[in-house]
Design a protein around this ligand. Structure first.
Ligand SMILES: [Zn+2]
Length: 430
């Protein structure tokens, strides 16, 4: 197995100045040693944190992502940083994993820092990302994620670990740097993996000071390399794969780890290789995602419908803990009485799976389906339906159970909120 040469760019960030930041990083990148496999930037390296996403979020064809593409080509290395991204109208703090061949992966920050102003319309991501580079399995995460051990947790199954290197790209303030140091070390020890933390320096206009403290931690919890505080630094280090293997085999704690999984991790490979087998991994192990969690996602879709002056009903379809389709009512926009959230979600889910039957899937919808949608769900052999509010007037249940006999049904999740959205809408219409 190859070693992995990484370079950390610990830098100041110019506030709300993408052009200035990219120019500054252009200069810093001149010092990256050749042979580097992976170059890492602090969180929101093009704008600082947090800024107004409506003003600063770029689309995937915007200047910052294109700049990352160019840099990856020039450096013959993967470059990795986070930015506010607008993906089809959904705003995220997105980590971009840009390869030299211009292919890339996105990880939308799971734990948005609402306490610090990272809130609506920025949405939390729902999927973790594991990528491979030089044969290393790498799990990149963002800043506040460091406080959530279940999200970061490694898995050991049949002699293999889910990942070998964990990364946090951050804007972590100096006032809480003790937390950063402690948790970075803890994440490395508890997951038997190398960890890298990349943090910014300087001050932002809100008076928050950042002192850097970027570092590389060994699977034993030792600090292998770190930057001087409060200065811009280019820190390069080569991670040794053999040392990791030896440590894991001499001290095989992984075998004793508890078996709960967070979600289905999809490993995405270096060069356009198809994702690993999508076999379900929910073999009796726990999932942190509840019906309420997914209903909240359906609720967000309903809110989008409301913004578009459609009847606010939203739906998502989930397969193996992963959202594979999102939709909201679009009868007005499409001029189509069949364009109910459920109908659109069923079609999108079948497209995502490349299969017409959805027996492994759950549909979450904010209102009891009508007979048309219930019929479609029956045809799709949907595994489970969860709806929030009952619809005594137009719901399917007054006709008896129209769903497939094997379909599980759960009702009443987030009932009040979903109903309130509809009631308000109709009040205003009158
Ligand atoms: Zn319907």
């Amino acid at each position: 197995m190859n070693n992995l040469a990484i370079t950390i760019i610990q830098s100041n960030l110019l506030w709300e100045n993408p052009e200035g930041n990219l120019e500054h990083f252009d200069q810093l990148l001149k010092e990256v040693p050749s042979g580097t496999d992976l170059v890492l930037f602090p969180e929101t390296f093009n704008t600082g944190f947090p800024v107004d996403p409506l003003k600063f979020a770029e689309t995937p064809d915007g200047p910052t992502l294109n700049w990352l593409r160019t840099k990856a080509q020039e450096l013959h290395a993967v470059v990795c940083g986070t930015m506010l991204l607008n993906v089809d109208g959904h705003y995220h703090n997105s980590l971009v994993w840009m390869r030299p061949d211009s292919s890339y992966e996105l990880y939308h920050k799971r734990h948005t820092f609402a306490i610090g102003g990272e809130k609506e319309p920025i949405e939390s991501g729902t999927e973790s990302l594991i990528v491979t580079l030089n044969g290393w399995k790498i799990k990149p995460m963002v800043c506040y994620d460091i406080r959530f051990p279940i999200w970061a947790r490694n898995q050991y199954l049949d002699g293999t670990f889910d990942y070998d290197l964990g990364i946090f790209l951050a804007n972590f303030p100096s006032s809480r740097i003790f937390v950063w140091d402690t948790l970075l070390m803890a994440r490395a020890i508890e997951n038997q993996a190398y960890f890298i933390g990349v943090n910014r320096i300087g001050d932002d206009p809100e008076g928050v000071h950042y002192n850097g403290d970027s570092q590389v931690i060994s699977p034993k919890g030792e600090v292998l390399a770190n930057t001087e505080p409060d200065i811009e630094a280019i820190l390069s280090y080569t991670l040794d794969y053999e040392k990791l293997q030896i440590f894991r085999s001499k001290f095989p704690v992984g075998r004793d780890w508890d078996g709960a999984v967070t979600q289905t991790s999809q490993i995405r490979l270096d060069c356009h290789v198809a994702p690993q087998s999508s076999a379900p991994r929910n073999d009796g192990r726990l999932s942190i995602f509840s019906d309420e969690y997914y209903m909240r996602q359906a609720f967000k879709e309903a809110e989008l419908a409301l913004k578009a002056e459609e009847i606010p009903i939203g739906a998502v379809v989930v397969c193996n803990d992963k959202i594979i389709a999102r939709a909201h009512n679009q009868t007005e926009m499409l001029n189509d009485v069949t364009a109910h959230a459920e109908m659109l979600a069923i079609t999108a889910a079948a497209n995502a799976l490349g299969a017409k039957y959805l027996d492994e899937c759950t549909l979450y919808v904010t209102l009891e389906p009508c007979p048309m949608c219930a019929g479609a769900l029956e045809h799709a052999h949907i595994g489970k339906v969860v709806y929030a509010a009952e619809d005594p007037k137009n719901g399917f249940s007054k006709y008896g159970n129209m769903l497939h006999p094997k379909t599980k049904l759960v009702t009443g999740v987030m009932k009040e909120e979903c109903l309130a959205l509809l009631t308000d809408f109709f009040k205003k219409k009158r």
